[in-house]
Unconditional design. Sequence first.
Length: 188
Amino acid sequence: MEAFTHVWKWVVLRGIVAILVGALTLFYPGITLAALVLLFGAYAFVDGILTIVWAVRQRHGESHWVSPVVSGVLGMGVGLVTLLMPAISALALLLLIAAWAIVTGVATIIGALRLRRVVTGEWRLVLMGLLAVALGVILIARPLTGALAMVLWIGAYADVSGVLLVALGFRLRAWGRVHPAGVTPRPI
């Protein structure tokens, strides 16, 4: 848990990036699909990098750091494919985003369940994971609702998950201040 408290800034930064992406998509819903492709690609790539950095920084003494690295690599891969092949169809992009959201959501839920033994407030991560899975399922179930609806759903998800990440980051910071280095977390 001590390792998590040292990387709270990365969690907050991920949240801020998500909020900015969400705000852009919600305030400018008429954005073209090409711009959405590039925006999503950049977001997934940056989020993947931040997730990997966060996981690598907290790997010492933590046996479950590989899951976030896999999630980060997946995010970077999705981002790169999206950025390098912007002419892919809207349906293919939608399915790519849906798959990414579901995998990321499941990984987030798993991480939250592991964290619940050492910190309270892990429900934020569970909620974020459930929202990601719900977004993926909705996008798969309603693929022809149009690009504008997809932009709004993605924007709403990015904003909510960003707020949850910022809250979690500050919660980790507070935990680190209350539990100085070398103090064992509460027993399981």
